[in-house]
Design a protein around this ligand. Sequence first.
Ligand code: HEC
Length: 269
Amino acid sequence: MSLTIRTGTIIGAFVMALNAGAAMAAGEAERPHAPQEGWSFSGIFGHYEETTLQRGFLVYESVCAGCHALEYVAFRNLADPGGPGFTLDQVRAIAANYRVPAGPDEFGDTLDENGLPFVRPAIPANYFPSPYDNEQQARARNWGALPPDLSLITKARVNGANYLYSLLTGYEDAPEYVEMGENMNYNPFFPGQQIAMVQPLYEGSVEYPDGTEATVEQMAYDVTNFLMWTAEPKLEKRKRMGFQVMAFLFVLAALLYWSYRQVWRDVDH
Ligand code: HEC
C-alpha cells in the first residue's frame, strides 16, 4: 500500500471532518467532485480528447479488465470516429490479447477435457469479454461481490463521471468509529462506505507511452474519460447537433420577426 499522503486525501479528510457526524453516521455517501481541470466533455462544446481516451484505455486494459468487462463495446469501436482513434491494425493487436469462447469443435463438444470452454483469440468484431467464465466464478474470486460490467457505468450512477473519479481517488483508511466488514475497503464515496473492490489504482500502476506522469488522479481522470466514451460514444455528435439546432432556431426567429414587421408595416395600431 502506498504511504504517500496526497493533498486530495488531506482536503478530503478536512471536508469530511466538516460534515462528518450526522451524514457519516447515517451511512450517507460523500458528494462526488469533479477533477481540478474539469471535464472536456461537459458544456455545449463538450468533446473527447483522443490522447486522453487512449491513456484511459491503457488504464482499463492494464488494471480494470482484470476484474471487469465491457460487454457492449466491440474492439472495432476503438477505431470509430470520435473515439480513441486507434488504427484497425492496432485494434487487431489489442483484440488478440483477449480470449473469447470458440464454440464447438468438429465433434460438437464445447468443453475441453478439463471441462473448460474452448477459447480463441478475439477479433475486432468481438466484444470485450469478462475475465471470468461465469457469475459464480466472478463472485468466488471477489469475496462474494460481483464486479459490474463497465460499459454503461458512468450513465448507471448519478453524477456518473464525478462519482467514478471520486470513487477511484477516494480510498482511505477507515476512521476508528467505523466497523469494517471482512475483506471490505473504506471509501467515503461508495454508498455505505464499504466496497468489496480493493483500491485499483496506485501511483505508477501503468506506464504511459507519452510520458504523462501516472498519478492516481491522472489515471482516474483518463479511465473516467474512457468509460464516459464507452457509455456515450456519440456525445460529440449530439452536442454539435444541439448547437446547430439552436443556431438555426435563432436565425429562424430573426427571420420571422422581420417578416412580421414587413407584413404589418402599413397597418395602424
Ligand atoms: C481485483 C478486482 C477489481 C479490479 C482490478 C477493479 N475492480 Fe472495480 N469492482 C470490483 C468488485 C468486486 C466490485 C463490486 C464492489 C461491491 O459491490 O462492493 C467492483 C465495482 C466497481 C464499480 C461499481 C461501484 C458501484 O457504484 O457499484 C466501478 C465503477 C468499478 N468497480 C470501476 C473499476 C475501475 C474503473 C477499475 C480500473 C481502474 C476497476 N474497477 C478495477 C473488482 C475490481
